[in-house]
Design a binder for this molecule. Structure first.
Ligand code: C2E
Ligand code: MG
Ligand code: MG
Length: 795
């Protein structure tokens, strides 16, 4: 065998064989699951085997050639003919219309008819010629041509299927089928020409068998189509993925409402939780109670027969999964598959959407925190009741209920506790008390109550008192802390106190404020004279705000005397409002009000800053350094950043912290104890002193007092002024208690020499009171102190 022959054989047969094998694997790997890819890959692999057979045929000793030709070459051609048909059947889905037996017969027919002839008999190949280089079979007279005609017929059917597909598609798919058809024609043409050339005409016998190479075009076409046009296998894979992953439910139903096919989202809506789509078949009717099945099936069939499709049809049923109502939109279309018609159903779960819608409409008329009606709904109900009351000449009551000192709870214990407390109160008010009543929350800690169809005012007042009592009888416990919430309530009646909803609410509001002024925790019915007071309140708030801005506040100072050496040991800064209209106003008249409306915070900051500034100034002017005591309100103490604020003021004014004493009341420390102790410790580490003001009037326990980092106890003036033996006894006990706790004790409100002597006798540390000096302005105090120094009282 010459080298040229060897090389030529390799080029002509081995290279295409390698290319075909490579293509076959590539097509298969592109989508292993696809039947189209599988049959295409097998077909191309057959072409590779044919080339290999030719290679072996031409390289092996001539004695083996007939064997290869008859047992490999022809049988593989026959197998590939069947496979080719399988490929087209899969591609066009035409195969689905035929039964499995019919398909197997079609695929195997060429092989079964001709392979035995090829293998066992000389009917196909009658002999062989061997020229200088190539070996060729001499074909039998009749059967080979019959086989060719058979192969040609198969190819014809395949191309007819292609033409059908070309006609029924468009765009990229059309192009891919056209390309496949063209390559198929080229294959046939080339195969035919080469067969004629290399076999029929003896002058050309000295050339290799080239007809097999015709499939190169074909393989290239299949590969290109797989890559460029994303063959149908990919399409069906895409469709499968889309079917499974699409968030809508998709289901295919037959004429009896049986679910033939359903995706994951559809199963969520229509089938029980154990349905993973693999086994049991369900009916669309399973989504409904059994007793409805017959009727539903009947209407389903009617729609089916009339081909009536649904659009945006809303359905609500109980979910299999969580047994809650589930709502979905249904759209249907009819789909012909083969001879059968199916209902193609799209299901959109709109439960969340519906819930949101309901929630939105609920929130438009209800309060989100408590679920009670809001102002809108309340007004609507009052308006409806008013119409009836006008017609039937009835009474109607509107109540406004406001929690007492809710702001302190909110500021000291946090908004979350405040919210929970409001929910507790809503529960308290939701317990029935009058038929047809409406309780609404209108923001903050304010609740409105409507009592329609009242027989008389007396009943309204009685219900109001009962509600107040309801608060007194229950307490709210949060983290072991028991909060006794009380409420103030104002009540107004139609028609006397207002003829419309607005004036009724306004009157109830005014009377509620009156109840607050009267000491809270009570009910007030509206009286016309109250309007004036309410007006006054508003004026006061406006004026006080301006007073802080315009610096109309002044600080008075009251000295404190050490009983051991008679020296001035400190001063207490006491605020006054120097009103241009009313003159000096004492703190009792505006501090509680400032606490209520929140103005206490800017007011207290002003006091703290000015007391520190004044104290520092006196020190700079050479007066003896005295500790200045500043009163701290509860709200201010529980304010965020209180300690940081004090520190900033000390730095700003330059006052040494040891000259500042903060007076807090027992109630400040009782509320939110741990936080209060931590805050006090932080302040004392800065060097600031802490005094407990008005001691004995609050409800601090001994154990709490022991935990607090306090330097001084100020006995409340009520015990000093109390002439009874009990008063003296209490004062004595407080003094000895302070001693045992190692705290300094100061008596407030000392007015007489007798009181002075009593305190001296019982070893009180220091005193403060009119006996020594009234609270006086800064300039008066300066004169007072200098006079005292000069007289030698302060050495
Ligand atoms: P407090 O802290 O117990 O102040 C002592 C009060 O007793 C002062 O009343 C003072 O004038 C009065 N007082 C002093 N010596 C005597 C006396 O011998 N007999 C009698 N009957 N009273 C005496 P004031 O100045 O009217 O202050 C009343 C309360 O107002 C203070 O009680 C304090 O709780 C509050 N207050 C005053 N200034 C401020 C302030 O700047 N901030 C805060 N948060 N509260 C303040
Ligand atoms: Mg005080
Ligand atoms: Mg006091």
């Amino acid at each position: 065998m010459s080298t040229t022959h060897l090389l030529l054989t390799i080029i002509i047969y081995l290279l295409p064989a390698i290319y075909f094998f490579y293509s076959s694997i590539e097509i298969y790997l592109r989508n292993r699951k696809s039947k189209v890819n599988q049959s295409a890959a097998l077909l191309v692999a057959c072409f590779a085997v044919l080339c290999l057979a030719q290679l072996v045929l031409n390289l092996a000793p001539p004695a083996f050639s007939p064997f290869f030709y008859q047992t490999i070459f022809f049988p593989v051609i026959l197998i590939s003919t069947g496979l080719g048909m399988k490929f087209y059947f899969n591609l066009s889905k035409f195969g689905q219309r035929l039964s499995l037996t019919a398909r197997i017969i079609i695929y195997c027919l060429p092989f079964c008819l001709f392979a035995p002839l090829s293998i066992c008999t000389p009917y196909l190949v009658s002999g062989y010629v061997l020229d200088s280089l190539w070996i060729k079979p001499i074909l039998g007279s009749f059967f080979p041509y019959l086989m060719m005609i058979f192969v040609f017929m198969y190819s014809l059917v395949e191309n007819l299927l292609l033409i059908r597909m070309i006609r029924s598609t468009s765009g990229g798919h059309k192009r891919k089928y056209v390309m496949l058809m063209i390559s198929s024609f080229i294959t046939l043409l080339w195969g035919f020409v080469m067969f004629i050339l290399s076999n029929l005409f003896p002058p050309y016998i000295a050339m290799p068998e080239l007809s097999i190479h015709s499939v190169i075009f074909y393989v290239i076409a299949v590969r290109t189509i797989v890559k460029r046009y994303d063959m149908l296998p990919n399409e069906s894979r895409k469709y499968e993925m889309l079917f499974e992953l699409v968030p809508f439910g998709v289901a295919l139903l037959d004429k009896d409402a049986n679910i033939v096919e359903i995706n994951a989202a559809g199963r969520q809506i229509l089938t029980p939780p154990d349905d993973d789509g693999s086994h049991k078949a369900y009916s669309f009717l399973d989504a409904y109670p059994k007793e409805m099945h017959a009727q539903l099936l009947d209407s389903y069939r009617k729609q089916f027969d009339a081909r009536q499709s649904l659009h945006n049809f809303e359905v609500t049923k109980i979910s299999f999964r969580n047994h809650l109502p589930i709502s979905f939109m249904v759209d249907t279309e009819f789909l012909e598959i083969g001879d059968e018609t199916f209902v193609y159903m799209i299901l959109r779960d709109i439960t969340a959407h519906k819930e949101a819608e309901q929630r939105i409409s609920f929130l438009a008329y209800h309060d989100a925190l408590t679920g009670l009606p809001n102002r809108n709904l309340f007004q609507q109900r009052v308006n409806e009741s008013l119409l009836q009351a006008q017609e039937e000449q009835q009474l109607l009551a509107v109540m406004l209920l406001d929690l007492d000192r809710f702001k302190i709870v909110n500021d000291s214990l946090g908004h979350q506790v405040g919210d929970r407390l409001l929910q507790f109160v809503a529960g308290l008010l939701s317990k029935p008390f009058y038929e047809g009543s409406t309780v609404a929350r209108i923001g903050g800690d304010e609740f409105l109550i409507l009592l329609p169809n009242l027989p008389d005012k007396q009943l309204g007042v009685q219900i109001g008192s009962e509600l107040i009592a309801r608060f007194q009888q229950s307490s709210y416990t949060e983290e072991g802390l028991e909060l006794n919430v009380t409420a103030s309530l104002g009540i107004s009646f139609f028609p006397d106190d207002g003829e419309d909803v607005y004036s009724l609410i306004k009157s109830a509001d005014i009377s509620m404020y009156r109840a607050k002024e009267q000491g809270r925790n009570q009910m007030e019915a509206y009286q016309p004279s109250m309007s004036h007071k309410a007006h006054e309140r508003l004026k006061l708030e406006r004026n006080l705000r301006k007073a802080i801005e315009r610096e109309e506040l002044v600080l008075y100072y009251q000295p404190q005397i050490d009983l051991i050496n008679g020296r001035v040991c400190g001063i207490e800064a006491l605020v006054r409002w120097n009103s241009p209209e009313q003159g000096i106003i004492p703190p009792q008249q505006f501090i509680p009000f400032a606490e209520e409306c929140g103005l206490i915070v800017p007011l207290s900051n002003w006091v703290l800053r000015n007391a520190c500034l004044q104290s520092k100034r006196w020190q700079e002017e050479g007066l003896p350094a005295l500790q200045v005591a500043v009163n701290i309100s509860t709200l201010q103490f529980h304010q965020n950043h209180f300690a940081g604020n004090v520190q900033a003021i000390l730095e700003e004014t330059g006052l040494d912290p040891k000259y500042l004493c903060l007076e807090i009341t027992e109630s400040v420390a009782v509320q939110n104890q741990e936080q209060a102790i931590a805050l006090l410790e932080r302040l004392t580490t800065l060097g600031i002193s802490i005094a407990i003001d008005d001691f004995g009037t609050g409800y601090s326990s001994l154990s709490l007092l022991n935990k607090l980092p306090v330097h001084q106890i100020k006995i409340d003036k009520s015990f000093i002024g109390d002439k009874s033996p009990q008063g003296a006894q209490i004062a004595k006990s407080i003094i000895s208690l302070s001693r045992s706790l190692n705290m300094n004790v100061l008596a407030e409100g000392v007015e007489t020499q007798e009181q002075y002597n009593f305190l001296m006798e019982h070893q009180c540390d220091s005193i403060q009171g009119y006996l020594i000096s009234h609270p006086i302005s800064a300039s008066e105090f300066e004169i007072w102190l200098r006079a005292r120094i000069e007289s030698g009282e302060h050495q």
